[in-house]
Design a binder for this molecule. Structure first.
Ligand SMILES: C[S@@+](CC[C@H](N)C(=O)[O-])C[C@H]1O[C@@H](n2cnc3c(N)ncnc32)[C@H](O)[C@@H]1O
Length: 369
């Protein structure tokens, strides 16, 4: 079987007060080697190199590339992107250059021939979740959108990557009394030749991102011993707070609530604290007591008042798309296409993943590839 290679990631730090010259290496807990040299004069320069396993992955149902950012940070190179929505693809392409001329862009997965999928080590897919969402229509696998799962299995069978990561809503686990996942989906993945592990992880407990977002993560390896060695990331402390991710200075007039909204008076009455985020739920306002952002969802782009609300001084506004990106752990310099309707940006961030959580899972996968 093909083995992933290795790549060297380096960075330099200039600091004051180092009193020795050293050169050496240490095992890096993430599964590589950390090499460093420290030179000092009056000012120290520290060069560090982290040897990461390099591997290739394909990014199915790629959206705006949240999964891609996570896997690239773990040493992966994307060799295929598949996304049907032209607006999501526009945001994706603005932020992710083709890493090589061999990189393939595909639109509809139903039109993607397995023979056109480049060789890869990891298949990555945050596939459409509506059929399984507890908030959705409970149409399950009969829904055409449910069929995309069969397309993932087709590519696994035909291309046999070493591992995969699938992401979906937590409700998929309990859909149809657990039968949809356990008896159909997991069996299909096992029949495709994989040993499968799944768990639900929350961005606020596992990624140091203050968003209450529980998602199901399914990881499979062709080699059972690799699956045994693989562990989902442990909990980490949440040190970031809502206020760290608010960018009041960037909010525009259109983000503020005024008398022009029917619900304004009620919202004004009920939004009391500046330290939390609120949600408008048709007839009432829900406060998030845990001091984190409520789950950002794709329907934020569907008009209405689905975007979380906040009080700033005497004013009330919704989060901006940029802030939604930050609450999904996207980098501050992630580009938003100029001229794209904000409703689309809200939809894209709600549909995406919490990037630092994907990075942590991807690192765990890369360790055992
Ligand atoms: C839950 S989102 C995944 C978002 C992605 N993980 C991200 O980080 O932005 C599912 C994506 O699948 C895309 N999609 C739905 N049906 C598809 C199809 N038949 N072929 C390719 N992409 C499809 C949707 O347009 C949507 O962007």
């Amino acid at each position: 079987m093909r083995q992933p290679g290795a790549c060297l990631v380096g960075w330099s730090l200039v600091a004051e007060g180092v009193v020795d010259y050293q050169i050496g290496w240490r095992w890096w807990p993430g599964g590589g080697v950390l090499m460093f040299s420290i030179e000092f004069d009056r000012v120290a320069r520290i060069d560090t190199y982290f040897l990461m396993k390099s591997f290739k992955f394909i990014d199915l149902f790629a959206g705006i590339g949240g999964m891609r950012l996570g896997f690239e940070s773990a040493g992966g190179t994307c060799v295929l992107t598949c996304e049907i929505d032209s607006h999501a693809a526009e945001t994706y392409k603005l932020n992710h250059a083709s890493p090589s001329k061999d990189h393939v862009y595909a639109k509809d997965i139903f039109d993607l021939k397995s023979s056109d999928v480049p060789k890869h080590d990891v298949l990555v897919a945050g596939f459409p979740c509506q059929p399984f969402s507890i908030a959705g229509l409970r149409k399950g696998l009969k829904d055409k959108r449910g069929k995309v799962f069969e397309e993932i299995v087709r590519i696994l069978v035909d291309r046999k990557p070493v591992a995969f990561l699938l992401e979906n809503v937590k409700g998929m686990l309990s859909h149809n009394g657990g039968e949809t996942y356990n008896k159909i989906m997991k069996s299909m993945l096992e029949d495709a030749g994989y040993t499968v592990k799944e768990t639900v992880l929350n961005s606020m407990t596992h990624a140091n991102v203050p968003q209450n977002r529980e998602r199901l993560f399914i990881v499979g390896f062709r080699d059972a011993s690799k699956s045994e060695a693989f562990q989902f990331p442990e909990k980490i402390k949440l040190t970031k707070a809502i206020e760290d991710l608010l960018r009041h200075e960037e909010a525009k007039e259109r983000h503020f609530y005024t008398e022009r909204y029917d619900c304004y008076e009620q919202i004004k009455r009920e939004l009391k604290s500046e330290e939390t985020l609120y949600q408008w739920r048709r007839q009432y306002v829900r406060e998030n007591k845990s001091n984190v952002c409520p789950t950002l969802t794709a329907n934020m782009g569907a008009g209405g008042h689905n975007v979380p609300l906040l009080k700033h001084g005497s004013k009330i506004r919704k989060l901006t798309p940029r802030e939604c990106g930050l609450f999904q752990g996207f980098p501050e310099n992630f580009k938003l296409p100029a001229g794209m309707a904000e409703s689309r940006l809200y939809h894209q961030f709600g549909n995406s993943v919490t990037v630092p959580l994907i990075s942590r899972i991807a690192q765990q996968i890369a360790k055992v590839l």
